[in-house]
Write a protein that binds this ligand. Structure first.
Ligand code: 5GP
Ligand code: MN
Length: 342
């Protein structure tokens, strides 16, 4: 039986309590933030701005350019490269929101400063097994996205009337990126109701889809063409799709942060494939993405062999070995998960 994770909800504060921290509120999220991470962070930023409360979003690292259109993106501070200034702000903060992650290692060295600060920490997240560093939290593993929880958080604990079209655009973005446009298992009736409410608040689905999915650089499409043509192989009697990208290929196609986003899903779109893996030789680490359909627990697999984690159907990990060794470990590791591939 898969382990059941009960929601953990210990939030007690009101909008009035948050207002007292205005100017001393930091909102942060995991490194290499994705649509849900940036969507939830900038949703809260825009929401609080409309409510007259000043906050600052600090991301541990940069992020893909297809997210730069998000309202108030220009106000974001990237920790990497601005450490001194960011550390001073974190040290003075009295309230820190941690969104879309639940282990301080996910915010790199910034984690040490967050952990040292005396700020009150509020965690909103949908990953399992939260570390114990928050003063108040809302963690719900079955939620489609942190953005879905942020919307509920605003409705139930703050005041829905301050949700602007800008905040709604941000929340909607995180929901569609984390649900694969409403197609993953995690999409619930509540997800769809939330999306409907966001449209009423001014979110424009066609604009968001265009900004996220239809602003490709030609090089990225060429990389995708090369990838589909040459790189996907099937293992385990066609139940597993594996693809790799080495450093030479990354440099040949001038790959930037975010260019390979979604590539792992092509393997999973092959009939009969239950698990898809993408292994990329980044400069410091070999980074892996895993996706599955049904019961194959990508998060457990990632945690057991690749120091990673995530969700059952979408997880990731990393390795300090070479690309070739990592691929070998991957192939061997499948053996102990073959029951899920029957
Ligand atoms: P992606 O494949 O898009 O990078 O990551 C998919 C999901 O896996 C993320 O939402 C995150 O929850 C999780 N994940 C990815 N990489 C790691 C990792 O190195 N460690 C942990 N704990 N989770 C990861
Ligand atoms: Mn998420």
């Amino acid at each position: 039986m898969p382990k059941k994770y009960e929601p953990l909800r210990t939030i007690k504060h009101t909008l009035g309590d948050i207002a007292e921290h205005s100017g001393k509120i930091v909102i942060t999220t995991h490194h290499k933030p994705d649509g849900d991470a940036m969507g939830s962070s900038l949703a809260l930023y825009n929401y609080f701005k409309a409510a007259g409360i000043e906050t600052l979003v600090i991301t541990p690292t940069d992020y893909a350019d297809f997210l730069w259109w998000l309202p108030a993106n220009d106000s974001v501070m990237v920790y990497e490269g601005n450490e001194e200034e960011a550390n001073a702000i974190i040290a003075k903060a009295s309230l820190i929101y941690c969104l879309d992650f639940n282990a301080l290692s996910r915010i790199n060295t910034m984690g040490e400063h967050v952990s040292k600060s005396n700020a009150h920490i509020v965690l909103i997240d949908h990953h399992r097994d939260p570390e114990d560093f928050a003063d108040e939290q809302w963690t719900e593993v079955t939620a489609s996205s942190t953005c879905e929880l942020v919307y509920q958080y605003i409705v139930e604990h703050l005041d829905e009337s301050h949700i602007t079209a800008d905040a709604a655009q941000c929340i909607y973005t995180g929901i569609i990126t984390d649900t694969g446009s409403f197609r993953y298992d995690s999409t619930s009736s509540n997800t769809i109701r939330t999306a409907a409410a966001l449209i009423d608040h001014g979110a424009k689905p066609s604009v968001i889809y265009d900004k996220i999915f239809d602003q490709n650089r030609l090089e990225r499409l060429k990389l995708l063409g090369y990838f589909l043509n040459n790189k996907i192989e099937l293992l385990a009697d066609g139940k597993v799709a594996l693809a790799t990208l080495n450093r030479e290929e990354l440099s040949r196609y001038e790959v930037k942060t975010g260019d390979t986003e979604g590539f792992v899903n092509y393997g999973l779109s092959i009939a009969g494939v239950k698990m898809s893996a993408l292994i990329i030789d980044r400069t410091v680490l070999v980074k892996m993405s895993f996706r599955s359909k049904g019961e194959f627990p990508c998060n457990e697999f990632a945690a057991e062999f690749f120091k990673g984690g995530g969700h059952r159907n979408a997880a990731g990990g990393s390795s300090t070995s070479s690309l070739e060794e990592t691929v070998e470990t991957f192939r061997e590791s499948l053996e102990s998960y073959k029951d899920y591939l029957a």
